[in-house]
Design a protein around this ligand. Structure first.
Ligand SMILES: Cc1cc2nc3c(=O)[nH]c(=O)nc-3n(C[C@H](O)[C@H](O)[C@H](O)COP(=O)(O)OP(=O)(O)OC[C@H]3O[C@@H](n4cnc5c(N)ncnc54)[C@H](O)[C@@H]3O)c2cc1C
Length: 380
């Protein structure tokens, strides 16, 4: 039976992660006007504080499971605004694990591997991919050509896993993935994008011009299964959204408390001050999203990645962050637009969770297909 109660160890790790997130607040604005900077491996405040991921691994039997507690620790990282210690997480590493051979995994498992799917022509539909990898039979190499945009970890990754149309004389043409190491001739990375929010995340474009790769760099595993790696990552993105939303809600309660706006969990919404009722409504939304994340991660932990559970968590997370951060700015008023408090940062940061790793619209499309029993051809 599904059990979403957290263990004592989970709670202890989360409390330590929250304490570290509050220390990280000192650096929450470090990247606002310095997007070319990259996150340090750890900030000085991390020294002497335990590494919560390491503790979670060591005591995993006392947690709800690593997949669950790890996701909840990301929530805390985002509560801080920047992570006090960086835990590079990239979908490219998951794709390598799922689709790579044991030899490929052994070679690149300790590297940060960006995932490069989105192209200037569109990111929601992989079928619109224009990047090609053409087999050069004489040289026994793949030749990669194309452009990718909005790639997270572009500036700091060791390699990128790139989605491309594979064209080979002796094989059926189709979409496949290729690992391209930093420094490979023909592979270039643009300067960092200037973004509305999440400026601590490095994001840039990748370009491939006659980039030659050996067959070993072809991550040729089942593509459908490969794309299912999103089922693991989407609830984690929902955790990011929960972290930002929690931070914004806490800031709102703290700012409004001197005006008599206090949480009233048993209160009648019709008799509460309007601000209290609006915040309580958002608290309920936060709880629902949190439960959906726990459910998605519980399913993954116990039964394997659940596509629909993960889309539901992601769809709720993206919507939650937009609703919460917008309402908090409204309730705090003009002061929320000043850089003296973090409300406007949460507002800008909160927009992304409904965009990357599949937009909110795409999640709702996947959920609708599932509920209605429609195929992608029926509903697209
Ligand atoms: C900061 C940042 C980091 C990112 N990191 C990465 C990364 O690491 N790797 C990577 O590959 N990509 C990354 N992306 C790209 C991101 O995944 C895409 O932006 C996203 O998938 C949407 O693709 P698109 O921007 O091309 O929009 P489109 O696919 O062109 O969509 C435009 C709009 O139409 C809507 N839409 C599209 N199709 C449908 C449909 N069938 N039904 C209803 N509505 C639809 C979309 O929801 C969206 O609102 C990142 C983006 C950002 C902003």
């Amino acid at each position: 039976m599904i059990d979403l109660d957290l263990t004592a160890r989970d709670k202890e790790l989360i409390a330590e992660a929250r304490a570290q997130a509050l220390l990280a607040r000192a650096h929450a604005r470090d990247f606002e006007y310095a997007e070319d900077k990259f996150l340090p491996h750890e900030y000085p405040e991390a020294v002497g504080r335990p590494d919560v991921r390491e503790l979670a691994r060591r005591h995993v039997d006392e947690t709800s499971g690593f997949k669950i507690i790890n996701a909840l620790l990301y929530l805390e990282d985002w509560y801080g605004g920047v992570p006090l210690r960086e835990y590079p997480y990239s979908l490219g590493n998951t794709v390598l694990r799922i689709a790579g051979t044991p030899e490929q995994e052994a070679r690149w498992k300790d590297q940060i591997i960006a995932i490069a799917m989105t192209e200037p022509g569109g990111g929601s539909d992989p079928a619109s991919t224009r990047t090609t990898a053409t087999w050069d039979a004489a040289a026994g190499e793949w030749v990669l050509n194309g452009d990718k945009i909005f790639i997270t970890y572009a500036g700091t990754c060791d390699a990128a896993i790139v989605l491309a149309h594979a064209v080979h004389q002796d094989r059926k043409p189709g979409l496949s993935t290729f690992l391209v190491e930093r420094g490979t001739p023909g592979f270039s990375i643009s300067p960092q994008f200037r973004k509305m929010g999440i400026r601590h995340e490095d994001t840039a474009a990748l370009s491939f011009v006659d980039c030659r790769l050996s067959e070993f760099h072809h991550i040729a595993g089942d593509l459908k299964k490969t794309l299912q790696s999103f089922s693991k990552s989407r609830p984690v993105v929902a955790c990011y959204a929960l972290g930002v939303s929690r931070a914004a809600l806490d800031l709102a309660w703290e700012t409004l408390a001197p005006h008599g706006i206090l949480p009233e969990y048993d209160g009648d919404p019709l008799r509460q001050p309007a601000a209290t009722a609006r915040l309580m409504d958002l608290e309920a939304d936060w709880e629902a999203t949190y439960m959906s994340v726990l459910r998605a991660k519980w399913v993954e932990q116990n039964e394997g990645p659940g596509k629909i559970e993960s889309s539901m968590a992601k769809a709720l997370g993206g919507r939650l962050a937009r609703r919460v951060t917008q309402t908090v700015v409204e309730l705090i008023g003009p002061a929320a637009l000043s850089e003296d408090i973090l409300a406007e940062k949460w507002f800008r940061d909160g927009r992304i969770f409904d965009i990357y790793e599949g937009t909110g619209e795409i999640q709702r499309l996947l959920i609708a297909r599932h509920i209605l029993g429609y195929s992608p051809r029926d509903l697209n």
